[in-house]
Design a protein around this ligand. Structure first.
Ligand code: PGA
Length: 267
């Protein structure tokens, strides 16, 4: 697949919000703001809390908007109180799941090995894993950005064959930009994306790597979406806070459809 054929992907990560009946309300509001269905030229995925997945699935059925989970456990089932197994997400109609979001890495102690196990569990369940990577502010200040992104990508994709690589997504989210309102500049985003794609190429081979979408995440909002989505190498957005506001999220989706996110030169 040529780089220019990567379909832009915009994901709304609701985090621990809208987990009750109000989740379906938000999904309906997003749909209304999109004019009733996902626009052409962009893939739209909602990531509600696990408790809202079933009602959101009902709300979006037949609209082209897709569904995913925010995390999955590495095991298929077992004595893991409070966790969600990847096959459970698939059974509810999810097509995607985040693996190794920085909040999981930081707050739930998921290290590179744990994240890699979740990527494999997601693939085994038929989901598309979204491997989340990104440096902290301390790591950036120490000049370790490239090393951190490369290590996290290499660890998360180790041993994946071409068929698995074809179902992988990556999200580059500088930790210092998440939920802070402090967005990376388009140039910083492109740099991080370039590093991630080089690491993908080393691990998976250039052909397989060129098909993987790399999303930007970290304080994406309707005001900065167009510039970030136009940055070379940026194939879409993983949106947190701004995805809780239907009109704003729909504006980001429309921006992605408009810029088509991938320049002919790739990145
Ligand atoms: P934010 O979150 O858009 O609120 O910064 C992004 C994310 O954590 O995926």
């Amino acid at each position: 697949m040529a780089p220019s054929s990567r379909l832009p992907l915009v994901m709304g990560n609701w985090k621990m919000h809208r987990g009750g009946p109000d989740g379906a309300d938000l999904a309906r509001a997003v749909l209304a703001a999109l004019g009733g269905r996902a626009p052409a030229g962009v893939e739209v995925v909602l990531l509600p809390p696990p408790t809202a997945i079933a009602p959101v699935a009902d709300a979006i059925r037949g609209t082209g908007v897709r569904l995913g989970g925010q995390s999955c456990h590495a095991a298929e089932k077992g004595a893991f109180t409070g966790e969600t197994a990847a096959p459970f997400l698939a059974a509810l109609g999810c097509g995607f799941v985040l693996c190794g979001h920085s909040e999981r890495r930081r707050l739930s102690g998921e290290d590179d090995a744990a994240v890699a196990a979740r990527v494999r569990a997601a693939l085994a369940a038929g989901l598309r894993p979204v491997l989340c990577v990104g440096e902290t502010l301390e790591e950036r200040d120490a000049g370790a950005t490239e090393a951190v992104i490369s290590r996290q990508v290499a660890a998360g994709t180790a041993g994946l064959d071409a068929a698995a690589a074809a179902r992988l997504e990556v999200a580059y989210e500088p930790v210092w930009a998440i939920g802070t309102g402090r967005t990376a500049t388009p140039a910083q985003a492109s740099e991080g994306h370039g590093t991630a794609r080089e690491a993908l190429s080393r691990g998976l081979g250039a052909a397989a790597a060129s098909a993987v979408r790399v999303l930007y995440g970290g304080s994406v909002n309707p005001g900065n979406a167009e510039a970030l989505l136009s940055a070379p190498g940026v194939d879409g957005a993983l949106v947190g806070g701004a995805s809780l506001e239907a009109a704003g999220f729909a504006a980001i989706v429309k921006a992605a459809a408009a810029v088509r996110a991938v320049p002919a030169t790739g990145g």
